[in-house]
Design a protein around this ligand. Structure first.
Ligand code: ATR
Length: 281
């Protein structure tokens, strides 16, 4: 860590991550490294709590400038937000709070955003233009919901597949997209595959959510799993000639979007990418 650049003093702006648990989170190291690289008088701390109401009161009374919101609070936090970003409203989940307004010190409102979809779109757009593309999303949890809305915002057409059919159909009807069961994956033609399930994550890293013989139909395959960095899905997709995107990219770019909302500064993307790489390895 570039400790010689840190200038934390009593006037520091404070940021953090509110959730339960948060001890595994890579956000503290990513954001503190970014603040340090820019010599900013800012610090980012873990804020574990199961009691969101008291947690939000604490953030306001202690003068926090912004927080990341993680499991299990991303949906419940919406009711504590004063100004909700329209896409976060559609998604029904917030992963970023901006507390107060840099332009107006009298404004102590809590602004709520969702940068998960921003991160996914940026990670994908590095490899392929999204407008007009067809995307198969695996999974129907919170990540699928955020990514699905983001892809629709970008002008892509989506199809959803999920193990539990009722859950998959519910999300598909919310998104206004098609649904297929996992047994029907062979019938889907798409340019992009996005895995939002946890299949392939350590310790089940010998598993893949999709049979390898189905992969050569996709141009790009993205996995949101980042442990391991190269999942079995991504390894087999690369062997099948697809461009691949690891879970590190979405993690990075959702954090980059948070940093920029909080500070108004361009985030030091490579610094943040490098520290994530080191930690995930
Ligand atoms: P997140 O908030 O990250 O999206 P989640 O809400 O727990 O996490 O959703 C996890 C998704 O992974 C779900 O779609 C889940 O499928 P079910 O709806 O059938 O539970 C999917 N998933 C998890 N383990 C799976 C497995 N072994 N095989 C297939 N899908 C799996």
């Amino acid at each position: 860590m570039t400790t010689e650049k840190i200038v934390i003093n009593g006037a520091a702006s404070t940021y953090g991550i509110i959730g339960s648990p948060v001890s595994h989170s890579l956000s503290p190291v990513m954001h503190n490294e970014a603040f340090a690289a820019l010599g900013m008088n800012c610090v980012y701390v873990p804020l574990p709590t199961d009691d969101l109401a008291k947690g939000v009161d604490g953030l306001k009374s202690l003068g926090f400038s912004g927080v990341s919101v993680t499991i299990p609070h991303k949906e419940e936090i919406v009711r504590y937000v004063d100004v909700l970003d329209p896409v976060a409203e559609k998604i029904g989940a917030v992963n970023t709070l901006v507390i107060g307004n840099r332009e107006d010190p009298a404004d102590l409102s809590i602004y709520g955003y969702n940068t998960d979809w921003v991160g996914a779109n940026r990670a994908l757009e590095e490899k392929i233009k999204l407008a007009g593309r067809r995307v198969l999303i695996l999974g129907a949890g919170g990540s699928a919901r955020a990514i699905g809305y983001g892809l629709l915002e970008a002008g892509a057409e989506i199809v959803l597949a999920n193990r539990t059919v009722s859950k998959g159909e519910d999300l598909a009807s919310r998104l206004g997209c098609g649904f297929v069961s996992l047994e029907q994956l062979n019938d889907v033609q798409a340019d992009i595959l996005v895995n939002t399930t946890s299949v392939g994550m350590i310790p089940d890293d010998d598993k893949s959510p999709v049979a390898k013989q189905l992969l050569n139909r996709f141009s790009v395959v993205m996995d949101i799993v980042y442990a391991p960095l190269e999942t079995r899905l991504l390894r087999e997709a690369a062997d099948a000639g697809c461009k691949t995107i690891s879970g590190l990219s979405m993690l990075l770019y959702q954090g980059v979007a948070q940093f920029e909302l909080w500070t108004g500064c361009d985030a030091p993307v490579e610094v943040m990418r490098n520290v994530l790489h080191q930690r995930i390895k």
